[in-house]
Design a protein around this ligand. Structure first.
Ligand code: HAS
Length: 554
């Protein structure tokens, strides 16, 4: 039976749905990138927005399109294709559900985007109270979440079929990883769905007068931190399971990769308070507990770094490399499928160090609400993750469209990766420095531009505009490559690379697929980390948005 075997090629019917996701993702990248350029120009103080366009409006368009639309659509498309490749062609029922999910997400995106463009929803990508948007914006976001659940359900159906057809066998690594990410996403989005459905929608419809801001922020961050791992894990799927094949090496350990993904499922949710360390209304003891759990979720990233170094080193030795870093020279630097994600990996070392600083309670007091945090997530999400997504597109898009990545496009892709890196080094680097000097995030230049302290920030803001302009060039390059690979590249076969474990005799322990166990521990950790603080908030927190405004911090 076709579905039982691992197919070398994604079925064209599944490919079509994956590509539909990518079209939306890359349109979001084009529009969101333009908004990003405008933002850095405005922040330099040398440029004013025309036609009454408001800074917070473009900031919202940028954040929603890049942080929520590009990522969710790309990830769902990639995972859908990866499961089809490794667990077998999706059934017609799964494919139908996938298409429904795609359209529900797309309609939701259009609803939310329209409201932002009409200036009815300048609430930034975190959209938490007391900022209030038009109800159509919240309904649109609900559609995006529900659509993603349907997309996820399609993936789970194919995984479940594989398990049924292959009793007692560990599932294919890429499928297993995709399912962990989907399950994490479903558990996490319950938080954001609750605040939108039970708090923000009734409030914006005028059905209730006030909203409990602390509860809404807490529900958002219950979702917001796993959200960033939802972005990261597809990049890790590529680093663990695809890059080894591209370089001609082996996956260091299949079991280690699975264990690190399970640790992400367990520890990425009960840590939302590390975004709320400066907020009143949460007992410091609970903040401390969640900081400890945050340090637990760093462990799977350290395991990943270890595993990647081991893969590179062993491959290097097999090619005769010697010394501590001899392997570095023998890696396939002329192959964009490797080099572009590798730039992302290397950037993740300082990016992760920044995250550890953020999570360290006292240091968080220095950087919180400064533009340092914006610098942090432009290194993590907008460099490590996004460059890996670009690297994936360079083989996946032609694989799905039946075309070839030509030598010329490969070269342009490598240039694109370096352009992005240079632009981001300027922009994110300057953001980190300006943050340490107290430069605020999410603040229009007009609100602080002529203050004495702001003079100190101006060189960093100009550096950000330079970086932003270089990055915009990077966006134009990736769009040229994407359009070429989707529509114009010569017809041919492009491989969907899937790595093999070094020790193919080693069978991954079946306990990794014991969902009752992992979901049970996940639920216990969430209940432990959140129940008492929630009771506290509901009993003692100021009741409505008016109360919150006096806190003065958002
Ligand atoms: Fe973060 C804020 C803590 C990772 C994204 N983060 C944010 C926000 C975003 C974000 C979007 O504790 C802002 C939200 C907002 O709008 O307010 N973050 C962490 C920690 C980690 C971390 C501890 N963040 C990420 C990732 C993101 C992301 C990943 C997106 C994808 N973050 C925080 C905290 C805040 C925060 C606080 C709140 C700040 C505040 O006050 O508001 C960790 O997961 C990082 C662990 C990573 C490592 C690195 C491992 C390295 C690897 C690469 C190996 C490389 C190789 C190549 C092999 C330990 C795996 C070799 C190359 C050579 C050249 C040698």
């Amino acid at each position: 039976m076709i579905s039982q075997t691992t197919k070398l090629k994604v079925d064209p019917r599944d490919g079509k749905l994956a590509m539909a996701h990518f079209y939306v993702a890359f349109i979001a990248l084009a529009l969101g990138g333009l908004m990003g350029l405008l933002q850095t120009l405005v922040r330099s103080g040398k440029f004013e927005l025309p036609w009454g366009i408001d800074y917070y409006q473009i900031l919202t368009v940028h954040g929603v399109l890049m942080g929520l639309v590009l990522t969710t659509f790309f990830i769902m498309g990639f995972q859908y294709a990866a499961i089809s490749r490794t667990a077998g062609t999706h059934s017609p029922a799964a494919r139908r559900i996938g298409w429904i999910g795609f359209w529900v997400m797309t309609v939701g995106t259009i609803m939310a985007a329209t409201m932002v463009l009409l200036k009815e929803a300048s609430v930034l990508y975190t959209f938490y109270a007391p900022l209030k948007a038009h109800w159509i914006f919240y309904l649109g976001l609900t559609f995006v979440v529900v659509g993603s659940w349907l997309d996820g359900a399609a993936q789970i159906m194919t995984y479940a079929r594989w398990r049924k057809e292959n009793p007692g066998k560990p599932s294919p690594l890429l499928s297993f990883m995709a399912i962990i990410n989907t399950v994490m996403w479903i558990v996490a989005t319950l938080g954001v769905a609750s605040t939108v459905l039970f708090q923000l929608l009734p409030w914006s419809l005028g059905l209730v007068d006030t909203v409990d801001v602390l509860v809404s922020r807490t529900l958002f961050w219950y979702f917001g931190h796993p959200l960033v791992y939802f972005w990261l894990l597809p990049a890790y799927m590529c680093w663990y399971a695809i890059i080894p094949k591209i370089i001609g090496g082996k996956i260091f350990s299949d079991s280690l990769a699975r264990l690190s993904f399970i640790l992400f499922l367990l520890f990425s949710i009960p840590v939302g308070f590390h975004h709320q360390l400066t907020e009143p209304g949460i007992d410091p003891a609970w903040k401390f507990l969640q900081v400890v759990l945050t340090f637990m979720v760093i462990i799977p990233s350290l395991m990943t770094a270890f595993s990647l170094f081991a893969t590179f080193e062993r491959y290097g030795r097999s090619k005769g490399a010697t010394g501590l870093f001899g392997w570095f020279k023998v890696l396939p630097w002329k192959d964009a499928r490797f080099t572009v994600p590798f730039i992302g990996m290397a950037s993740f070392i300082p990016a992760g160090a920044g995250g550890i600083i953020n999570a360290s309670n006292q240091m968080n007091q220095v950087v919180h609400n400064t533009i340092w945090v914006t610098g942090h997530f432009h290194l993590t999400a907008a460099t490590s993750v996004v460059l890996t997504f670009f690297g994936i597109s360079y083989w996946l898009v032609p694989h799905l469209t039946g075309r070839k990545l030509t030598k010329a496009m490969n070269k342009l892709a490598i240039i694109q990766g370096w352009v992005w890196f240079i632009g981001m080094a300027f922009m994110s680097g300057a953001m980190h420095f300006q943050g340490l000097l107290g430069g605020p995030r999410r603040s229009a230049f007009s609100t602080y531009g002529d203050s004495a302290q702001a003079l100190e920030w101006i060189p960093y803001q100009i550096a950000q505009a330079v970086g932003g302009s270089i990055l915009f060039l990077g966006i134009i390059l990736i769009l040229i490559i994407f359009i070429n690979l989707a529509f114009f590249a010569p017809k041919g076969e492009e491989e969907f690379p899937v790595g093999e474990a070094e020790n193919s005799e080693e069978k991954a322990p079946m306990i990794f697929e014991n969902w009752k166990l992992w979901l049970g521990i996940t639920a216990l950790l969430i209940i432990f980390a959140y129940t008492i603080p929630f009771i506290d908030m509901i009993q003692n927190a100021p009741p409505g948005s008016e109360g919150f405004k006096t806190w003065g911090s958002w």
